[in-house]
Write a protein that binds this ligand. Structure first.
Ligand code: UDP
Length: 358
């Protein structure tokens, strides 16, 4: 069985690390990794591949820093050549980026079975490019592996029972990664010592709706500064966002550090008192590592976290963020539910594909 995996962004490296590990356990499976280069950023991409021991990509396309159309189009052109050359049984795509959509459309038009891992998620916000990418990818996928029962429900509500496709709830491959790499993180990460961290709140902001909207960004920074007067806030931040902050003379009192690798991030999350984020992945990691999370968005795809009152939507509302944060810092985290499958998603996906092959 030959699978082409398309990846290009940070959360996809993490998901691919978990699934690749299981692929490698089967001698009948050949995985060809295509790194589109979408979020290539010298050391960050390399760190992820090295520390998670993801096999070196078979193809690196180096397509980045372009508008949506140019980026997706150029990726499709290259992926088509690779599909023709490799003749795979499956093309596998993760999540909701332009690389996902480019891989999906190309595979489908070449009549190669398309596998979507992390299918069925919806924010119901059509202004998000990710929402467009995931809806279109889901619609043409042959195998839709959902991380949650809610994700499957979303698909059924859109009429997917009438389409010729297979939908399975397998759990979240990100939980596989958290479980597998947590031990390694504890053993190898020095991020706490290097940054002299003791009691702190972890915060990440990377979504365009927050970084590219000055009013929202200022409100978020006001909240961070206010929380930072009670407890240190640590902010791993992309140089691009740091530039926006300094160009606009915004004053951040929190401790800003460069973006970190996955193991450092797991260690930072595991030792934080609270997490504030607009990232999808980090919302779940916070839960898996038993931390409350305040989500700096108006909606989330991970609604089970909200229902279980371990995650709280605060948008960019300064007052709401601060009052939730101060409240959650005093509240013990007691939720023990298994919301994401318990770390078996990758095995289930591989089992399913092997059976489908027979
Ligand atoms: N992450 C990381 N280093 C950082 C910030 C985030 O390793 O400096 C990890 C984080 O733990 C999570 C993933 O990157 O697993 C989330 O990626 P991102 O926020 O880019 O995307 P999203 O989850 O919103 O799709």
């Amino acid at each position: 069985m030959k699978i082409i995996t398309i990846l290009g962004a940070r959360p996809q490296f993490i998901k691919a690390a978990a699934l690749s590990r299981v692929f490698r356990a089967y001698k009948d499976i050949t995985e060809v990794i295509v790194h589109t280069g979408q979020h290539f950023d010298e050391n960050m991409s390399d760190i992820f591949f090295e520390e998670m021991e993801i096999p070196k990509p078979n193809y690196f396309l180096d397509i980045n820093s372009l508008n949506h159309g140019a980026m997706t189009g150029r990726m499709m052109e290259k992926i088509e050549e690779i599909i023709e050359k490799e003749n795979p049984d499956y093309v596998l795509v993760y999540g909701d980026t332009n690389s996902t959509l480019a891989g999906a459309i190309t595979a489908k038009k070449k009549h190669v079975k398309l596998v979507h891992v992390e299918a069925g998620l919806r924010s119901f916000n059509m202004n998000m490019p990710e929402e467009i990418n995931r809806i279109l990818t889901d619609r043409i996928s042959d195998y839709l592996f959902c991380p949650t029962t809610q994700a499957k429900k979303n698909l059924l509500e859109e009429g997917f029972a009438n389409f010729d496709c297979n939908i399975e709830v397998v759990g979240d491959v990100m939980e596989d990664a958290v479980r597998f790499y947590s031990e390694k993180a504890i053993l190898t990460s020095n991020v706490l010592v290097e940054n002299n961290l003791n009691e702190y709140v972890l915060c990440t902001i990377h979504r365009q709706e927050n970084t590219d909207d000055l009013a929202r960004l200022s409100q978020l920074i006001n909240a961070i500064n206010e929380i930072n007067s009670s407890i240190q806030v640590v902010l791993p931040i992309h140089p691009r966002t740091r530039n926006i902050i300094s160009k606009n003379n915004l004053k951040v009192n929190a401790k800003m550090i460069a973006p970190v690798g996955y193991l450092d991030m797991l260690n930072l999350t595991n030792n934080a008192k609270l997490v504030l984020t607009d990232s999808g992945g980090l919302q779940k990691e916070a839960f898996m590592l038993k931390k409350f999370c305040i989500t700096l968005r108006n909606e989330t795809e991970w609604v089970e976290l909200i229902e279980n009152e371990v995650n709280f939507l605060a948008g960019a509302d300064t007052k709401k963020i601060v009052s939730l944060a101060l409240n959650k810092l005093k509240t013990p985290f007691t939720c023990n539910k298994n919301l994401y499958g318990g770390g078996k998603a990758s095995e289930k996906i591989v089992d399913y594909l092997l059976k489908a092959q027979k």
